[in-house]
Ligand binder design. Structure first.
Ligand SMILES: [Fe+2]
Length: 255
């Protein structure tokens, strides 16, 4: 097919010509593979109902043989937050989350982003985390395939979040949603003191940085209206920030 050799710009024009505002969007598939040997499954994060205590869900998973690896009663900002249990069994790791809703300065009720995910999609994965050995290489590979990241700077360069835990240092980077809901987390656990060479690092706690990035996208209204490549899913909803620079190496197929 001649379209296989088109650039992202050209393909986008053709796809746009062929659809009306109600048709489903065509997901661009990069010719370049995202698969790499270093990518391993790490965890799936699942929002649960805010009105039932998360402890009851955690004890249900304990009865299924999972053990509690990590717990935090509140992660978020001053307005809203979430409670999290990380449960593991046989290499399967689940991050169970429940929203903690709050109020803004005007006294209006604000839904936690986890409650918002649960309200829209139920108890389905919010993100899938993949562990890698070299997050810079991995992020670059995904970036060159056209993937957008939630924590981009104004030059559309992904920023890698950095935090410390008992294992050493944790680097994380979060993509746009695959298709309006679930997104990916790329994660590397590195030895203490390891520095990144050419991506900028955030120094604050990673979960709170992700919280802020998601919060911004929610408030701007486009979080559930984009795919992994930053394409708008519904023209009547707020659009994700436009991509100004396309990686030169990306080629796409039109199915
Ligand atoms: Fe995660």
């Amino acid at each position: 097919m001649f379209t296989a050799a088109l650039t992202v710009h050209e393909s986008a024009v053709l796809v746009n010509l062929g659809r009306n505002r109600y048709t489903e969007r065509v997901l661009f598939f990069p010719r370049r593979s995202l698969v790499s040997n270093s990518l391993k499954f790490d965890h799936v994060a699942i929002p649960l109902p805010p009105y039932i205590t998360l402890k009851r869900f955690a004890s249900f998973f304990k009865k299924l043989g999972f053990r509690n690896e990590w717990y935090r009663a509140r992660v978020g900002n001053q307005e809203t937050a979430m409670e999290t249990f990380v449960m593991t069994r046989d290499g399967v790791k689940l991050a169970l989350m429940a929203g903690i809703d709050g109020k803004n300065s005007a006294g209006e009720r604000i839904l936690s982003q986890v409650s918002e995910y649960f309200r829209r999609f139920g108890a389905s994965p919010q993100h899938i985390a993949l562990r890698c050995d070299d997050i810079e290489k991995e992020v670059e590979r995904w970036l060159n395939a056209g993937v957008r990241f939630l924590t981009e700077d104004d030059k559309e360069q992904p920023q890698i979040l950095r935090d410390r835990d008992s294992d050493g240092e944790v680097f994380q980077c979060f993509t746009y949603p695959l298709w309006g809901s679930m997104f990916f987390e790329l994660k590397q656990i590195a030895r203490k003191g390891q520095k990144l060479t050419h991506f900028e690092e955030f120094r604050e706690s990673n979960v709170e940085d992700l919280w802020a990035a998601l919060d911004r996208a929610l408030k701007e209204g486009w979080l559930f209206n984009t795919n992994l490549w930053g394409e708008t899913l519904n023209d009547r909803m707020p659009k994700p920030p436009p991509r100004m620079h396309f990686p030169k190496s990306v080629r796409t197929y039109i199915p």
